[in-house]
Ligand binder design. Structure first.
Ligand code: UD1
Length: 432
């Protein structure tokens, strides 16, 4: 597997272009299953997870055409046409689902359009058990009959799904997305209470409206969907990635540099920017996006608790922990969304960070300097947090097993190198 080699200590300066949001794209793509017309998505990032979703959709019978790239010599801003004229297969096989949990997002659309779906249970993953029970209960409320057979969710509905009043006992992003998609073609009205308010959910809702869906309350915790007989094609641009934005904002801060994040949506960054500002980082909106600067700054520790949007995102917790490791004083970081999401801690400790974990909280005591080391990436956000730590560390850091990184960050080493980082990818040799 590829490795990333970094020589840390250079303040990063320049511009980085933010791509389309991975998590939005992963729910917008399966929305194509809801119509026999073409859904065209622009500003699609070029990532391994997107390819996995494309492979999954292809085996359901979706025809796809990658229609050139909008910018940057074939990398960012891809345009993908997805046409599910005939759904030839309603099974999402184990081999694809195990690679990416978001595969479960085909369940709602398949059931709504075809009346049946067979989707492999996602099972555990590096950051916790992550069940899909809430997705299934909500679909049952809408009239689906669901059984678990040989590791598969087997779902059927006679006729159409029925509108229902769904109250999620806990906020779930994927659950809200699955039910939102299913409800667009259901009979009657569906109310989703305690819905996730993440911008990626709102992006999906706006796309569905462009496809002819009737949805009220977009961006709020209560979504009302009036089912329609059919949806049509649409052209939709994926929202910029707020987690990629936040990760590069931390790259500027942790190296005490100054980076303009072109294409960033400042309005979606409130909770992250509040923490950065409290720590002493300067963050400002620019006509092209936002600028993050920490030149000649001494940063101070800030307490953070992860929460559903608009709270501080769990997907930024590891990156902030890297930053807090270089700030003055202590910082308490509490993870409330996922169990087992401190797997980057032992690796950061190997780089000289002082972190103690107590249950769902970690106390981070800033150190004057991190030091380069060999580290191992365990999940997507852990991978990028180790790269960020490496950018600030003295000497050489090698991040091993960067497979996860490529699932969610497009050309990370090129983007950082363009701002002056000493970073390179070491390609794996055959047989490794
Ligand atoms: C999505 C994001 C992920 C992000 C997470 C939380 C995608 C592709 N992934 O994941 O990057 O970290 O939101 O912002 O968009 N839960 C249940 N039962 C369920 C569903 C969820 O118990 O049926 C629990 C989960 O185990 C977790 C919590 O609810 O503890 C939140 O999970 P959820 O919001 O569903 O996360 P994902 O949609 O999987």
């Amino acid at each position: 597997m590829d490795k990333i080699r970094i020589i840390g200590g250079t303040p990063l300066k320049g511009t980085i272009t933010v791509g389309g949001a991975k998590n939005a794209a992963l729910t917008l793509m399966p929305a194509c299953l809801l119509t026999d017309e073409t859904l065209t998505l622009s500003n699609l990032p070029h990532l391994v997870d997107i390819t996995t979703m494309a492979n999954l959709l292809a085996q359901h019978g979706v025809a796809m055409a990658l229609n050139g790239d909008a910018a940057n010599g074939g990398h960012t801003g891809r345009v993908l046409e997805l046409t599910a004229a005939d759904i030839t297969n309603t099974t999402a096989p184990y081999d694809l689902v195990r690679r990416m949990r978001a595969s479960v997002l085909v369940l709602g659309p398949l059931l709504a359009r075809c009346g049946e779906a067979r989707v492999s249970l996602p099972g555990g993953c590096a950051i916790g058990t992550r069940p899909v029970d809430l997705h299934l209960k909500a679909l049952e409320q809408m009239g689906a009959v669901i059984e678990l057979e040989e590791g598969y969710i087997v779902a059927h509905v006679k006729g159409r799904l029925k509108g229902a009043h769904i109250i999620f006992p806990q906020i779930t992003v994927g659950g809200t997305e699955n039910i939102l998609m299913a409800a667009t073609l259901a009979e009657g009205e569906t109310v989703i209470a305690n819905a996730a308010r993440e911008p990626e959910v709102a992006d999906l809702a706006h796309c569905l409206v462009a496809m002819g869906a009737k949805i009220e309350g977009i961006g709020s915790g209560t979504l009302k969907v009036l089912g329609v007989d059919r949806l049509h094609g649409a052209l939709y641009s994926v929202v910029p990635d707020r987690i990629e934005t936040g990760s590069y904002a931390v790259a500027a801060a942790i190296t005490r540099g100054n980076i303009e994040l072109v294409g960033a949506r400042f309005d979606l960054m409130e909770s992250v920017n509040k923490v950065l500002t409290e720590a002493g980082v300067q963050v400002e909106e620019t006509p092209r996006g936002m600028r993050v600067s920490a030149e000649d700054c001494e940063l101070t520790g800030v307490d953070i608790m992860t929460e559903p949007y608009p709270g501080f995102p769990t997907d930024m917790q590891a990156q902030l922990m890297a930053l807090m490791s270089t700030a003055r004083g202590a910082s308490m970081m509490t993870e409330t969304i996922f169990e087992n999401r401190f797997m980057h801690v032992p690796e950061m400790s190997r780089m000289g960070a002082r972190i103690n974990v107590h249950g769902a909280s970690a106390i981070v005591r800033g150190v004057p300097r991190l030091s380069g080391a060999q580290v191992m990436a365990t999940d997507l956000r852990a991978s990028v947090s180790l790269i960020l730590a490496g950018l600030a560390a003295e000497g050489e850091t090698i991040v091993n097993r960067v497979y996860h990184l490529d699932r969610g960050y497009e050309r990370v080493e090129e983007k950082l190198a363009a701002c002056g980082a000493h970073i390179e990818r070491i390609k794996s040799s055959a047989g490794e």
